[in-house]
Every structure is written in C-alpha cells, then in structure tokens.
Design a protein around this ligand. Structure first.
Ligand code: NDP
Length: 478
C-alpha cells in the first residue's frame, strides 16, 4: 500500500507585500522612477512592483553611505557596532517565519529550506559577525588596518537573504557602510531586511538598498565613490566587473560559478552516499554555486549507486514550495528554465543518457524534474558548463588518480565532495583537489565561521570566518 502525503501548506498570511516598492536610501523609502514586476516563480503571480534603480538613485545611495561612514559609523567603537548587529540578528530570528514565507514566495525554494537553512543561517551570520565587531584585533587581521569605507554589494537570486547576510554582516562588523543591489527576480527579502534595519535603529545611510537590474549593478560597480565591490553571481558578469574595476583603486571580491565534483570511492557507505548525492545536487533546485553537479563514481560500484539513486530520486516530492512536504520547488525564472533546457538538450544531442524522476510537474510556473545524465565525458557541455538546475552529470573512474584528474579538469574550483570510509584516502584526495571547499562524507554544509570561496574562475577571496573579515579591511591578513 502506498500512502500519499496530505498537503501541509504554510500560511502566507504572515507576510505583507506592498504593491509597489521604492529604494531604501539614507534610512528612508525613496520612490523609483520606473518599475518591473516581481513574480512568484511557482505560480507566475505578480507579487509586487520593484523600482528600477538609475545612476541617480545609485549616486544618492553612495552619498548617503559616505555621509554615514564619515559622520557616524566610522566613529563608533566595535562594541557599539556589534550591538546593532546583535539587534539585527535577534529581529531576524523574531521575524523568521515572515522571512521564510516571503523568500519562498519570491524565489520558489521549498519552505522547508528557507525555514531551516536560509533564515537561520542568515541570522547566524549576523550573530557571528556581531561577536567579531569588538574583537577584530584578535581575528588575525592587521590591527593597524581600517575599513574600506563605502562598499558596493551585488547579490544573486539563489539565496537572496543569505547572500545579503554574507555580505552585509562582515561589512558592518568591520566598520564599512553599504550600497546593496539584490537580484532582479528576488528583491523582496532585501526590502524586508531594510525594515529590520529601521527597527534596529541602525543609523541612517549605513545600509542602503537600491533595487534594479544589471544596469543598476553596473552603476554601482562604476561609481567613483565606491571603495570596494563584493559580487556573487555568474563568472561572465564577474569578469565584466573585474575589467571595470581593474583601472581603479577599488578592492574586489568575487564569488562566482562552480562545477563541483562529488567523488565516490568504491569503499563508500552507499546508502549514506546516495543521500549526500541528492543533497549535493537537488538542494535548492540545484541553484547552488557549490552544488555537487558532477558525480564521479568508481566503476566497481557505479551500477549499484545509480540504481539506488534513481529509486531515491523517484521519491523526491516536487511541487508547491509553500507545502512543508516539498523537497524540490520551482525554478527561479523563465530565463533560468530556458538555460537548463538548452543545456540538457545539448547533453542528449551529444550522446549522454538522460533519465528523469517520475514526477508530476505543476502546469503553471517554472518546473524541471530531477534529472541525471549517465555516460557523460569530459567533452560534453554538461560536464563543463554550470547548469544551475536539478541536473546531475555522471562520470566514472577506475583509479583514484583518474578521479582527481577528472575532478580538476574544469575551469572552476569552488567545491568538491569525497565519499570514502578510509581517512587516508580522504586526506590524500583533499590534497590533490583544486577546490576552495571540500566536504568529506557530507555535502552542502555551511557555517559562518568557515571561509567559503574558490580557485580559478570560481572567484577571488573568501567570505565567512576570519578570512572573510579581512576582505573588508584595508591591508591583508596576518
Ligand atoms: P548574474 O551574474 O547576471 O547576476 C548576479 C547579480 O549581478 C544580479 O544582481 C544581477 O542583476 C547583477 N548584474 C547583472 N549584470 C551586471 C553587470 N553588468 N554589472 C553589475 N551587476 C550585474 O547571474 P544571472 O542571474 O544572470 O544567472 C546566470 C547564470 O549565472 C546562472 O545560470 C548560473 O549559472 C550563474 N549564477 C551563479 C551564481 C553563484 O552563486 N555563483 C548565482 C546566480 C547565477 P539582475 O539580477 O538584475 O540581472
């Protein structure tokens, strides 16, 4: 007998979404001159109208941030700054349900993830950095160092609130002020965060949020009043930003794409590994820069792992992101769905074997069934390019050296996973892998104390931990 799950929808009554939003500049709401729709990707319902930031809006925000830096924020002691950060963290916890429901409506991710991962981790980032604000001299950073001043921060749509927290918390803890632009498709939790800044009594102009599209991001990058840029997003835009910043004195950190290798050795505990593979690629619809999107399986166990993986994938519940039973939500936008479809079509055309879970997809909104490709070779686009969706490319290996060779054969170097019962095997593999973050017998674990970042085209610099703090201070880590 098969038992079906009864629907368990989270109520959306906890959130209040305004029909139109302006920018948050100098502690106040400023009307935009034109607007675009923010939609719920699970239903295509228009949630709100978001202001399209112009160069003049960015200029006003940079001036407010400079003024706040000169007159208030840089004059406060670390202890005082820390108090504001603690206050923000506590308010985020108090309003956690509101943030989680809003994130799920705006982004399409399952409520289970926004409630249990995005929002608690965002608050944790503020708590963690609140603790550092008055202890920077013990963080291993140069004690003679100073904040950059005004920091421009541009974030993507896959973890809207969490990426805001990764950027804003260390910037404020180290004494910088901020002009932040959320992604076009996911501005709502950043605008709710602006309300939290007001509620916390943060001095005007310390955090400014200008919504908009790529042109707004570009206006931030090119503004002469910005001292540092912190960007998370595609490698393509990261390269544009690096070129724009190169002839200036601006500092830059880039957190870009990935094509993470998840290597399974023949001695791995197979049932646990299958759970780890699922978490590695189907968490957040695979919209994860550090996703384990290339499964590199030892040939001796490949058939058994793939059979168990397919059985497990058939049990992934795809559907209403607000339903507490849902495992896989909506693809964030029509553009992203088109990109996933283009790359998966290329996978088939180039000869890889496609298999998708047997699930019913909703008719409205943007959806993609969990999918794997077998028989993938290094030459295939699906082995080289970031799909950024619930799609896994499977490669096999015979010797450990071949596994490492395949894992490192990528222009990226953000994350990797190793599955093996043998500690020596794990230690050997971690030394060979060119990846900024390596998980052993687990995947996609995040902690504010742990630095995150990549090699090669995955970016420059680290976010989180003591290493992330030093990126917000002039001078380098000791
Ligand atoms: P982008 O890199 O375009 O977006 C990231 C942020 O940069 C957004 O806020 C975006 O604004 C902004 N932006 C866009 N163009 C410029 C510019 N010229 N100057 C400054 N800022 C700019 O990523 P996409 O959303 O287009 O996604 C494309 C692909 O990138 C995905 O398919 C995925 O492969 C990868 N990606 C990787 C992420 C990661 O975490 N590493 C995150 C997101 C995407 P706006 O949203 O308004 O366009």
């Amino acid at each position: 007998m098969i038992f079906e799950y009864a629907a368990a929808p989270e109520s959306r009554s906890v959130v209040k979404i305004d029909p139109v939003y302006g920018h948050f500049i100098n502690g106040k709401w400023v009307n935009g001159s034109s607007h675009f729709n923010s939609i719920n990707p699970a239903t295509e319902e228009v949630l709100s109208q978001i202001a399209l930031g112009t160069a003049a809006d960015v200029d006003a925000a940079v001036k407010a941030a400079r003024n706040a830096f000169d007159k208030s924020w840089s004059k406060l002691s670390g202890r005082e700054r820390g108090k504001y950060l603690f206050r923000i963290a506590r308010i985020m916890q108090e309003r956690a349900r509101e943030f989680a429901v809003l994130e799920t409506l705006d982004n399409g991710k399952p409520i289970r993830e926004s409630r249990d991962v995005d929002v608690p981790l965002s608050a944790a980032h503020f708590f963690y950095h609140a603790g550092w604000a008055d202890k920077l001299e013990y963080a291993g950073v140069d004690t003679t160092t100073a904040p950059h001043g005004v920091v421009g921060q541009i974030i993507p749509w896959n973890f809207p609130l969490l990426m805001l927290a990764w950027k804003v918390a260390p910037a404020l803890a180290t004494g910088n002020t901020v002009v932040l632009k959320p992604a076009e498709t996911t501005s709502l939790t950043a605008l709710l965060f602006a309300q939290v800044c007001q509620q916390a009594g943060l001095p005007d102009g310390v955090v400014n949020i200008v919504t908009g599209d790529g042109s707004t991001g570009s206006a931030i990058v090119n503004h002469p009043g910005i001292d540092k840029i912190a960007f998370t997003g595609s490698t393509e835009v990261g390269k544009l930003i690096a070129r724009a910043v190169a002839p200036t004195n601006k500092s830059l950190t880039l957190e870009l794409g990935g094509k993470g290798a998840n290597i399974v050795f023949g001695d791995a505990a197979i049932d646990e590994t299958v759970e780890g593979i699922v978490n590695g690629i189907f968490f957040n619809q695979g919209h994860v820069c550090c996703a384990g999107s290339r499964l590199i399986l030892q040939e001796s166990i490949a058939d058994e792992v793939l059979e168990k993986l397919k059985r497990r994938m058939d049990k992934i519940r795809v559907g209403d992101p607000l339903d507490k039973n849902t495992d896989l939500g909506a693809i964030n936008s029509a553009e992203q769905l088109a990109k996933i479809r283009e790359l998966t079509a290329a996978g088939e055309a180039e000869g890889a074997g496609r298999w998708s879970a047997n699930c019913e997809l909703p008719t409205n909104g943007f959806w993609f069934a969990p999918t794997i490709f077998t028989g993938v070779t290094q030459a295939h686009r699906i082995a080289r390019e970031e799909i950024f969706g619930p799609v896994l490319s499977v490669l096999t290996f015979r010797t450990p050296a071949e596994a490492i060779e395949k894992a490192n054969n990528t222009p990226f170097g953000l994350s990797a996973g190793i599955w093996s019962e043998k500690g020596s095997n794990i230690l050997w593999a971690t030394q060979q892998l060119r990846a900024g973050v390596i998980w052993a017998n687990t995947f996609n674990k995040f902690d504010p104390a742990s630095p995150f970042g990549g090699y090669k085209e995955s970016g420059w610099g680290r976010e989180g931990g003591r290493h992330g703090l030093s990126a917000y201070l002039k001078g380098s880590a000791k």
